[in-house]
Design a protein around this ligand. Structure first.
Ligand code: GUN
Ligand code: FE
Length: 426
């Protein structure tokens, strides 16, 4: 496959790599190279001509809650613990109804496709059947995802929880059922957070991760109220991260662990995140909506920790990752100004890297255009938002799209060099 256009990506966090009006070449879905002048041996091949359009790596949304899809924009005037109890748990509970689940899942998958997030890492609800349905619909879509049945056995409401044995049995059933079934869609161990999982449950989930070599996702250090409650439930542990770590859920056994938020961290926790295989995830809209705080992204970037940026719907309200990229940059500027330390400012290219290459590395080689990477990319037409298009550099065109464009500008989506069509009819 050979495609021609304005190619831009971030191999390193320091800045974009740009190939204006160039050719991206892939064989069997794997990138061979990018050329300003096409080598002789490729000249007779068919060329997909997208001259004047942007070609960028597809996005990876590494943290979102599928059963919160219909709740986007609801209850954003509450802090985390009240928001969970009043709005979130009652909505997630509805996914005991498989018909309701199927309808919502299809809309969500369609919208992820529209937004160019061709890889995602997802919290389902506590329901085994609804989670199976989500996995199967993803397999049908041709897009890639890690999907986890949520585990919670306490501190919720009177009806939305399950006992530890039942939760663990369902988790193991799903792992076994989908082991080796799909290259693209896999399961992930999902303790909601330490507050809703007793120690026995955490231990068992750590054991399942090790036994089946399955990664983990959870939440960490999101809000003051949450942290205080957590430590009151686990007084024998040194800090919040220590609870996950001592129970085999913090990347130490080799399986990576995704931790959403990581805002109010202690120094020892940051060291542990760096030492272990942990992906901290910045969720700018969610952190603003739920008044949680602002992650110190700069520290993680400087330490070369694979820090990512994600939607966290419905803490966040938009699935279109450029919105999270822009707000992530803006929040870093607010933080920098209030702390009077402008080195905290995150560049647009760094935030782009946090939505492409870093989260892509969780899946393997996606999110960049280096040789050997999967040819997973988007074709973007920005004519309607840039009247002076011929005067703009490729970098300016990309950043204008990130700031003032939308998913409507995405004209084509490719995984492994093949077009992915809209998954479901509405
Ligand atoms: N902590 C535990 N559950 C959740 C959730 O659903 N959303 C967010 N933002 N934080 C959480
Ligand atoms: Fe979340």
């Amino acid at each position: 496959m050979i495609i021609k256009g304005d190619i831009i990506y971030t191999e390193k966090k320091e800045g974009y790599i740009v190939y204006e009006n160039s050719y991206l070449v892939a064989e069997n879905g794997i990138i061979k190279g990018i050329y300003k002048n096409l080598p002789e041996k490729y000249k007779k091949k068919e060329i997909i001509d997208r001259t004047g359009k942007l070609i960028i790596p597809s996005f990876t949304d590494i943290h979102l809650h599928a059963p919160q899809y219909l709740n986007r924009g609801v209850g954003t005037d509450r802090e985390l613990m009240d928001w969970l109890r009043i709005y979130t748990f009652p909505e997630e509970e509805k996914f005991g109804n498989i018909k309701y689940a199927e309808k919502v899942w299809k809309s969500l998958i369609n919208e992820l496709w529209e937004c160019g997030s061709l890889h995602s890492v997802i919290f389902s609800s506590i329901h085994e059947k609804a989670t199976e349905k989500l996995i199967e619909l993803f397999i049908e879509s041709g897009m890639s995802a890690y999907i986890g049945k949520v585990n919670m056995d306490r501190n919720t409401n009177d009806t939305y929880f399950e006992n530890v044995e039942k939760g663990m049995e369902a988790t193991e059933n799903l792992i076994k059922k989908y082991e080796g079934i799909s290259e693209k869609v896999k399961t992930i161990i999902t303790p909601r957070f330490a507050i809703t999982c007793n120690e026995k449950s955490l231990k068992k989930q750590g054991k399942l991760s090790k036994k089946y070599k399955i990664p983990v996702q959870s939440h960490l250090n999101e809000s003051f109220g949450e942290i205080e409650f957590t430590m009151s439930l686990f007084p024998q542990y040194e800090n919040y991260s220590d609870i996950y770590n001592k129970n085999g859920l913090f990347g130490e056994n080799g399986e990576p662990s995704i931790m959403a938020h990581c805002i109010h961290n202690k120094e020892e926790e940051v060291k542990l995140i760096k030492k272990n295989n942990v992906y901290p995830v910045h969720c700018p809209e969610s952190n603003a909506n739920l008044i949680s705080g602002i992650m110190d992204v700069r520290s993680f970037l400087d330490m070369d920790v694979p820090v990512c940026i994600a939607s966290d719907i419905s803490g966040g309200h938009s699935l279109f990752l450029p919105k999270q990229i822009v707000l992530g940059v803006q929040l870093s500027k607010m933080k920098a100004r209030f702390e009077n330390n402008l080195s905290k400012v995150i560049k647009n290219s760094e935030a782009f890297y946090m939505a492409t290459k870093n989260p892509g590395s969780f899946f393997g080689k996606t999110g960049s255009f280096e040789k050997g990477y999967s040819a997973d990319f988007l074709v973007i037409n920005i004519e309607n938002i840039i009247m002076d298009i011929e005067k703009r550099t490729v970098e300016e065109k990309l950043e204008k799209w990130l700031y003032i464009g939308s998913e409507k500008n995405i004209e084509e989506r490719y995984i492994k060099g093949e077009i992915i069509e809209k998954p479901f009819r509405n």
